[in-house]
Design a protein around this ligand. Structure first.
Ligand code: SF4
Ligand code: SF4
Length: 162
């Protein structure tokens, strides 16, 4: 991790330390479904991001595998952003979109039209994206996630028509 990434990650962690997708604890809705990952579905780590959890690799990406419990201050960046991810568009604007993993596990993503998301949280996720994009490796990482997200959306749209 570079000095610049260390500084950015510290700021992003602080930005999202106490803010959550809803004003209430959404974990009671689903039994904390997003914390029941395994070695295949751990949380994506950003470039150089360190974690106290074990780390596995999948498709060239590093994933943190936590066992379903953590100290809040130890959460990886992806956990703080979940169920969203801030993605830089080709126009340079940051768009907050559902994390691809959320479609399988998160009721807030599956029923987004009915969810009363915290505007403050969404605003902070967008600000986090802007901060992360100040680092070239993080921007490239998020651009790759954007391309994958677009492919997943295209697939979902294709199969939902059948
Ligand atoms: S799966 Fe979604 S609703 Fe459940 S705890 Fe995670 S973010 Fe909240
Ligand atoms: S690190 Fe914490 S917040 Fe993230 S998936 Fe594990 S238990 Fe959930």
């Amino acid at each position: 991790m570079t000095q610049k990434q260390r500084r950015i990650y510290r700021n992003v962690r602080a930005l999202l330390e106490r803010h959550t997708p809803l004003r209430v604890d959404c974990g009671v809705l689903c039994g904390r479904a997003c914390c029941r990952g395994d070695a295949e579905t751990g949380m994506l780590l950003f470039p150089g991001e360190t974690t106290p959890f074990s780390v596995t690799e999948k498709n060239g990406r590093r994933l943190a595998v936590c066992g379903g419990r953590c100290r809040r201050s130890d959460r990886p960046l992806s956990c703080r952003l979940f169920p969203f991810v801030p993605l830089p568009g080709p126009d340079g604007k940051i768009r907050v979109v559902p994390d691809g993993r959320g479609f399988g596990v998160c009721p807030l993503v599956r029923h987004a039209e009915a969810a009363a998301f915290s505007h403050r949280f969404l605003h902070r996720v967008r600000r986090a994206g802007a901060l992360l994009c100040r680092d070239g490796d993080c921007r490239a990482f998020l651009e790759a996630v954007r391309r994958e997200t677009a492919q997943q959306e295209a697939l979902r749209a294709r199969f939902s028509k059948k």
